[in-house]
Design a binder for this molecule. Structure first.
Ligand code: MN
Ligand code: MN
Length: 466
């Protein structure tokens, strides 16, 4: 027996996307992604951009079909939930046959402004922040930051804030201590505290009359009043997010990687969105769900725990002539399969000790399938049924998808969860599958263009053929 042949036959070999795919196609696709990620600095903006693309490709809001009173194969429908999460579906056959769904999240770790953010201390005006999601706080010091979001004024008008979009806009910085004076030692979690993440706003007084207290803060409030017509109390009904001012760039001499803020999880959101738009589902309907609040546990009425998309499916079932919606929706849920589309940690040679090399995905080797996530003894995980992973593997292999598998780090090293379990508890079959990253949750995360493209291709194969 030829041992080379035997090895070929028995041993699984990971395949590089760069070996199999046309570089030009990968680069073309990456350009579209970089436009998306540079615009989508908040979950609201990611939803806004997604709706724009869906509309361009003929998708219509749910209300359009409700007014029309019918829905047919090939129709594209979308629904936006509270500006921050989105459901979009392409109809193929009876929804009670189940839906092939790809679910990702559009929120990303960041710093939010506090409800009463503006303070003055020794002639410096600052904005107090409260971090959102899992951040390594020191990574946010002395880097350029932008401010994005909305302010609802007392009369109900909505002000859009986008400071940092234009090249001549100012940026914001949280200043760190110089090394010359930094004698702090100990756990970084204690050295760098959330309460000290204060954004520099200004240093000029509105008046140098010593009778007027907090005159630098007053100057800032005056600037904001002139620009937006707001007063201090308006911050209470605002969502203002501090995000890195770091546009997406190619990385490395071979330009194989992209650095950007918010790959987690807008990279899976974009690949899911474009896969749905390009999809031609063969067996049943195809859909995507883009959720908010994943980084804080999927709570709230824009997070994955709120099943707003089931509301939409019920309406569509009615349009398809379903008379028993209660039974119909159970059929939909139990027959559906969802790819929980989220990023994972790629094997990093600089941090070998946290990975199991046999079970860590590698940059550039395709979409990473994770049978389970969670921490310790698989706590808090949807552990996908072998049958479901088996079918996914078959569909991927039959259609030439370059895929790999992996766990997020070593056993007992840490771990993490995704939106998977919130769909599994409704009865859907769920498997995690997404893009491996370096530097996840940092202000400038790294992804392989090869994995970006392959993930888009894998989602399309899943939506069409699962
Ligand atoms: Mn994520
Ligand atoms: Mn995350």
């Amino acid at each position: 027996m030829d041992l080379k042949e035997l090895k070929e036959k028995l041993v699984r070999k990971n395949v590089s996307v760069w070996e199999k795919r046309d570089r030009n196609i990968i680069d073309d696709y990456s350009k579209g992604y970089k436009k998306f990620i540079d615009f989508s600095k908040t979950e609201r903006r990611a939803v806004e951009y997604s709706v724009k693309i869906l509309e361009e490709k003929g998708f219509k809001p749910l209300d359009y079909y409700l007014n029309l009173g019918k829905i047919e194969d090939g129709d594209g429908v979308y629904y936006v939930n509270n500006h921050k999460s989105l459901f979009a579906l392409k109809v193929k056959g009876n929804l009670t046959n189940g839906i092939n769904l790809v679910g990702a999240h559009v929120d990303a770790p960041r710093l939010d402004l506090k409800p009463e953010p503006i303070i003055e201390d020794t002639g410096i005006a600052m904005a107090k922040t409260h971090y959102y999601g899992g951040v390594k706080k020191y990574q946010w010091l002395n880097i350029p930051l932008e401010l994005h979001g909305v302010i609802i004024k007392s009369d109900g008008t909505k002000i859009d804030v986008a400071i940092g979009d234009n090249e001549d806009d100012p940026v914001f910085v949280i200043s760190d201590l110089l090394p010359h004076l930094d004698r702090r030692t100990g756990d970084v979690k204690e050295v760098f505290t959330g309460e000290s993440l204060n954004l520099l706003l200004g240093t000029i007084s509105i008046s140098y009359d010593e009778e007027i207290k907090d005159s630098v803060k007053l100057n800032i409030l005056n600037i904001l009043h002139e620009k937006y017509g707001i007063v201090e109390e308006d911050f209470i009904s605002a969502e203002l997010e501090v995000v890195p001012s770091l546009p997406a760039r190619d990385v490395g001499l071979d330009r194989s990687l992209i650095a950007a803020y918010g790959h987690d999880d807008r990279i899976c959101s974009y690949t899911a969105l474009t896969a749905l738009i390009e999809s031609e589902p063969e067996f049943r309907s195809a859909a995507i769900i883009l959720t908010d609040k994943e980084e804080t546990g999927s709570d709230g009425n824009t997070g994955a725990k709120h099943h707003f998309w089931i509301y939409v499916v019920k309406k569509l079932l009615k349009l398809q002539g379903c008379t028993n919606i209660e039974l119909g929706i159970d059929d939909v849920l139990i027959n559906s399969t969802l790819l929980s589309a989220d990023v994972t940690a790629a094997f990093d040679p600089n941090f070998k000790e946290v990975h199991d090399p046999a079970n860590a995905p590698k940059l550039g080797y395709g979409i990473a399938i994770a049978k389970y996530t969670g921490a310790r003894g698989k706590a808090g995980t949807n552990d996908a049924n072998a049958e479901v992973v088996g079918k996914l593997r078959k569909v991927f292999n039959e259609n030439g998808v370059i895929w790999q598998t992996g766990e997020l780090g070593k056993v007992d090293q840490g771990g993490g969860g995704t939106i998977a379990k919130f769909f599994a508890e409704k009865g859907l079959s769920v498997v995690d599958a997404g893009v491996p990253l370096f530097g996840m949750h940092s202000p400038y995360e790294l992804a392989s263009k090869g994995d970006l493209y392959e993930t888009y291709y894998a989602y399309k194969v899943f939506l069409n053929k699962y």
